[in-house]
Design a binder for this molecule. Structure first.
Ligand SMILES: [Mn+2]
Length: 293
């Protein structure tokens, strides 16, 4: 029995199978929001993103990839747990299994804490790109050492700041900024993006020496005007179009996998799930182009 069989409940909402075409990605939902600090409900995110995904066009104009010509497998949602260590442990096992079978995980959250687990599964020479309004670098919050406000710090403490590139930061404590500076984490802040005409080139330059990337997209990187339905909205963010421009710079890289997290359907008008579905479409297209090389 594999970890996929053991820990997942099947909900194959976005499965396309084309005879003889290997799966471009394996979609895995993580309906977990037990450490959310403000607006709970991201556990409803995976199915909301799936539903939106089934209702947008499947052709990427910019990348000239038609998902209807590819195979995509939905392996379902992680079985319910309220324990953050257990969630993290199971995500790490399942994602490692997908990677060991030469598959590509497309993980739908759920809260951002799951990226602690996915980041641990990828090889050291991989650029780890994080889109997020927040630093997630607190030492602790509300008596918790391991939560969606601390996961990136826990990861850096164990694995080092290495190849992390953080994009969209605009909300952090002074302590987090001090920590960020002390470990010299590479960041492209929201303010830098909004003040720079060819902002996406900054990322392209940073990635010049990397062949492979792993991408974690916290949907709160977007301004609440573009994504109101997230757990911890922060104003003065980037637009959906700007986020997509960054993603298009990954064309030609091998995308080992990705997470899309923090969509919170109880607070959504529907547009945040649709933006997340578009990110799922474009990242899946980029996975395909990276594999073709
Ligand atoms: Mn965030």
């Amino acid at each position: 029995m594999s970890y996929k069989d053991l820990f997942l409940t099947s909900s194959p909402m976005v499965t396309y199978i084309k005879e003889g075409v290997p799966f471009t990605v394996e979609v895995l939902g993580v309906p977990f929001d037990s450490t959310s600090t403000y607006r709970g409900g991201s556990r409803f995110g995976p199915n909301a993103i799936r539903e939106a995904f089934l209702n947008i066009e499947m052709y990427s104009n910019r990348l000239d990839v038609d998902l209807e010509e590819l195979s995509v497998r939905d392996i379902g949602n992680l079985s319910q747990t309220g324990d953050v260590k257990r969630m993290s442990d199971v995500v790490e096992k399942v994602v490692s299994e997908i990677l060991s079978e030469d598959g590509t995980p497309a993980v739908l959250g759920g809260e951002h804490t799951l990226s602690y687990a996915t980041f641990r599964t990828v090889p050291k020479d991989t650029a780890l790109i994080v889109f997020d309004a927040h630093g997630d670098l607190r030492d602790e919050f509300a008596d918790r050492k391991f939560s969606h406000t601390t996961w990136l710090r826990r990861f850096i403490e164990e694995r080092g700041v290495g190849n992390i590139i953080h994009i969209g930061l605009r909300a952090a404590t002074r302590e987090e900024i001090d920590y960020l500076n002390s470990v010299e984490m590479v960041t492209i802040s929201s303010q830098t993006i909004l003040r720079t005409v060819r902002y996406e080139k900054i990322l392209a330059d940073l990635l010049r020496d990397f062949e492979q990337v792993y991408v974690s997209v916290d949907m709160d990187v977007l301004d609440p005007a573009y994504a109101p339905g997230v757990g911890n909205p922060e104003v003065a963010g980037i637009s959906t179009a700007q986020l997509l421009e960054f993603l298009y710079t990954l064309n030609g890289k091998k995308v080992l996998g990705f997470d899309i997290v923090e969509v919170c359907p109880p607070y959504d008008t529907g547009v945040s799930a649709i933006a997340a579905a578009k990110v799922l479409l474009e990242l899946t297209s980029l996975v395909h182009l990276g594999k073709k090389k």
